[in-house]
Design a protein around this ligand. Structure first.
Ligand code: PMP
Length: 353
């Protein structure tokens, strides 16, 4: 029998959101926080043109993409590092800090990949419970020890959609020693509308131990191509470059990401529509009698406790795929209006049971 690291026995496989199909053929996928829009024609054309070049390896340094990101944010190119999705950048960060004894601190529940990647990197996870579905940053600061190497702050938080405010993050950062890397995972930044929820880049600009993680998977609609990036000071970005699997960000992904930055205005208009739909969905749920925490992301969170699986099954029965976290609740992405209506009808029917 081949032998593997014993940690693999304890690490569950990542469970992606699945699509479901109702008996009448209807199918609404609200389980992966994707963009509900088809890619922009300009992006598709750029990818189609680049398809003729895939006999060559991609640019290992993703130079054009990094130039475009550095220009967008007004940061040095050396402060930008990319990976095959921001989940891969998270893995690269964990590879960079993970060794026996190293502690990685994050709130729980947050993004599901954190515990898996921490365990695989051989580091020790320190999980601090959410309070009111929100990061408890005071308790997180209390949990920092001399062994803490990395703190992951998911803002807005997946799966609850809640976000931490400027003053509390500032206070938290003041309490964390400068040799601890704090990564603000802002996969959903483009959907934030509350002016008190800060752009993490403001903290990065002032503090060498703060970095920001973003993705092309959500607002930019490129989930299928896998591009994410980190903005951090030179030693942090360098660590992420060193732990990048060679050629991990493929040619079509790089081309699509650059084309998306060029079409940013159009993409951000779409985000605006999703944000309006988010307001509509949340208000409808509240008026149905659900408790839904305020959300700054492209999804809502329903606290369902023991009824979570039953709820997800009821939604699946009418073709609506949601993301259940058994015993806790369900995360439901904001989709196009038709999908959102189908979900709202399923939610209302469930309440009437
Ligand atoms: N961070 C958070 C908080 C997420 O929710 C996700 C996607 N579910 C990711 C990172 C990873 O996104 P990607 O790898 O597609 O960039």
């Amino acid at each position: 029998m081949p032998r593997f690291r014993s940690i693999l026995d304890t690490v569950p496989a990542y469970k992606p959101g699945k699509a479901v199909v109702a008996p009448d053929g209807r199918s609404y996928k609200l389980s992966s926080n994707e963009s509900p829009y088809e890619p922009l024609p300009s992006v598709v054309e750029a990818v189609a043109r680049a398809a003729g070049e895939i006999n060559r390896y991609p640019d290992p340094g993703a130079v054009r993409l990094i130039e475009a990101l550095a220009a967008k944010y007004g940061v040095p190119e050396e402060h930008v590092a990319v990976g095959a999705g921001s989940v891969a950048v998270t893995q690269q960060l964990l590879e960079a800090v993970g060794e026996p004894g190293a502690e990685v601190l994050y709130a729980w529940r947050a993004f599901e990949a954190y515990p898996l990647l921490t365990a695989l990197a051989g580091a020790t996870a320190v999980e601090v419970p959410l309070v009111d579905e929100t990061h408890d940053l005071e308790a997180m600061a209390d949990a920092v020890t001399p062994l803490t190497r990395l703190v992951l702050v998911c803002n807005p938080n997946n799966p609850t959609g809640t976000a931490n405010r400027r003053a509390e993050i500032e206070r938290f950062l003041d309490r964390v020693p400068g040799d601890v890397l704090v990564v603000l995972d802002e996969a959903y930044r483009e959907y934030v509308r509350d002016a008190d929820v800060p752009d993490g880049l403001a903290f990065y600009r002032e503090r060498p131990n703060v970095a920001v993680l973003r993705t092309f998977s959500k607002a930019y609609g490129l989930a299928g191509l896998r591009v994410g990036y980190l903005i951090g000071h030179e030693p942090v970005a360098a660590a992420v470059r060193k732990t990048l699997l060679p050629f991990a960000v493929n040619h079509l992904a790089q081309i699509a990401a650059v084309a998306s930055l060029q079409a940013e205005d159009e993409l951000l208009e779409r985000v605006e529509t999703v944000v309006k739909e988010r307001t509509r969905v949340r208000e409808a749920l509240l008026s149905q009698g659900w408790q839904v925490p305020p959300t700054e992301a492209n999804f809502v969170w329903l606290r369902l406790g023991d009824r979570t699986v039953e709820f997800a099954e009821a939604c699946a029965g009418v073709g609506v795929a949601v993301r259940p976290f058994p015993g806790e609740g369900a995360r439901v992405s904001i989709g196009d209006p038709e999908s959102n209506d189908a979900f709202l009808a399923a939610a209302e029917a469930f309440r009437g049971r």
